[in-house]
Design a protein around this ligand. Structure first.
Ligand code: AMP
Length: 400
């Protein structure tokens, strides 16, 4: 049972004004939305509320305006893209508080959908100012938060509102929280985590949290070099943060204390140039040439990763095992991703993945749809992996 209220707890909302916090922070080029994934993710909540006869009022931020109106960051730009995804008329109000919002809401029909202008056009949004929260709340009877990706921020529209209006999780928020619960909250063991990507420095908190929670931690990508070097292995010209050797050793000590197996590469694919098709060879990590860099983990290492995926009941994944954007250094990432997808489809694995490049890596492997859950939330997903409390989620839990 979730510890937060969902749309299932919302009865008889015909004519009610429902403020729905959504993530519409989509990429735009030349005034056109280039990837509507985020709009698609929140569509079920919006359409469900509309079908139940509510007046659906959308709150969102867009880009990083400096606390005042700025045409470049107007949500008006994406109004038609939202209409296209929803296949439903969407009205627009030029301010998220005050007369423009109130007038637009007053003319709404039951089941109507209204997009309010960028919440970040007001300084009170990011400061979570009580007066701004009140001004937002004046437009609604109920608050639904469907923006997990903004839940790591205690802003007025992500956190403040839930203190003063009855608060519910939207369908996307609900799916995300249920998946995360299965991934690390209350997982079926054994749990294996794969952490890759470029640098240890951006993932220290994440690694420290994971070693306490998982049975095996696979470290791949550029960050594996830092761990190898910390054990006295010569990594040649590989991307490596030598100044983090102590941190890497600390993490290994912590892992041992917690009974977490650290799985480091035993072989790697090395090249002299960071580019697609670069001449390469597979070597043991103990014999990386001084003038070469490891751009992917090797076949023996992938076999070990895949063996862990086979043994595990739960997989949590952030970061590619190699430089997957340039072939052939995508091989390990693609192999492990496909194996995890097969195990998931066979009902043997719960697989939860997220964080910017991870989504592109799984898309590159063609398996994103086969994972149990792929989070597009970026920062919030990483903070969850770091074990940090997410203000937007905590306040929903409290509301129950
Ligand atoms: P992150 O954003 O930290 O998840 O890092 C993702 C980036 O790490 C991708 O752009 C990869 O190309 C890069 N990466 C992965 N493995 C390596 C490697 N062995 N050497 C250099 N870069 C890598």
């Amino acid at each position: 049972m979730p510890s937060f209220k969902t749309l299932d707890d919302l009865n008889d909302i015909t004519g009610k004004r429902v403020l729905v916090r959504v993530d519409l922070n989509v990429p735009v080029s030349d005034g056109k939305v280039t990837d509507a994934t985020r709009i698609e993710r929140v569509a079920p909540t919006i359409l469900e509320l509309s079908a139940k006869g509510a007046k659906v009022i959308l709150l969102a931020h867009f880009g990083r305006p400096k606390g005042g109106p700025d045409a470049e960051f107007s949500l008006k730009i994406i109004q038609s893209a939202v209409e296209a995804v929803l296949d439903h008329r969407v009205q627009f109000a030029s301010d998220c508080i005050g007369a423009p919002a109130a007038e637009a809401i007053a003319s709404m029909e039951n089941g109507g959908i209204l997009l309010l202008e960028n919440t970040r056009f007001h300084k009170g949004e990011e400061k979570n100012e009580p007066d701004f929260v009140k001004a937002l709340a004046a437009n609604g009877d109920i608050f639904v938060n469907d923006a997990f990706s903004a839940a790591h921020r205690a802003h007025a529209s992500t956190e403040g509102l839930a203190h003063i209006l009855p608060a519910y999780a939207g369908r996307t928020m609900q799916a995300e929280l249920e998946a995360l619960e299965k991934g690390l909250g209350n997982p079926t063991r054994p749990v294996v985590a794969i952490v890759g990507g470029a640098k240890v420095s951006t993932k220290i908190d994440l690694l420290k949290n994971l070693v306490k929670k998982v049975d095996a931690l696979v470290i791949g990508g550029g960050m594996a070099n830092t761990f190898l070097a910390a054990q006295g292995i010569n990594v040649g010209k590989s991307l490596c943060e030598h100044d983090l050797a102590d941190t890497a050793r600390e993490i290994m000590v912590e892992a041992k204390k917690s009974g977490c197996d650290i799985v480091l590469p035993v072989d790697g694919v090395v090249a002299r140039e960071f580019k697609a098709g670069a001449a390469n060879e597979t070597v043991s990590v103990k014999s990386i040439p001084v003038d070469a860099m490891m751009l992917d983990v090797g076949p023996d290492s992938v076999a070990a990763v895949n063996a862990w995926i086979g043994k595990a009941n739960t997989l949590v994944w952030n970061g590619p095992l190699g430089a997957f954007e340039i072939e052939p250094f995508d091989k390990a990432t693609v192999s492990a991703a496909k194996h995890a997808a097969e195990e998931t489809k066979a009902g043997k694995l719960v697989s939860v993945a997220g964080g910017g490049d991870t989504v592109s890596a799984l898309n590159h492997a063609g398996v994103a749809d086969d994972f149990t859950y792929v989070s597009t939330a970026g920062g919030a997903f990483l903070e969850w992996m770091e074990g940090k409390p997410l203000p937007g989620v905590n306040v929903l839990n409290k509301a129950k």
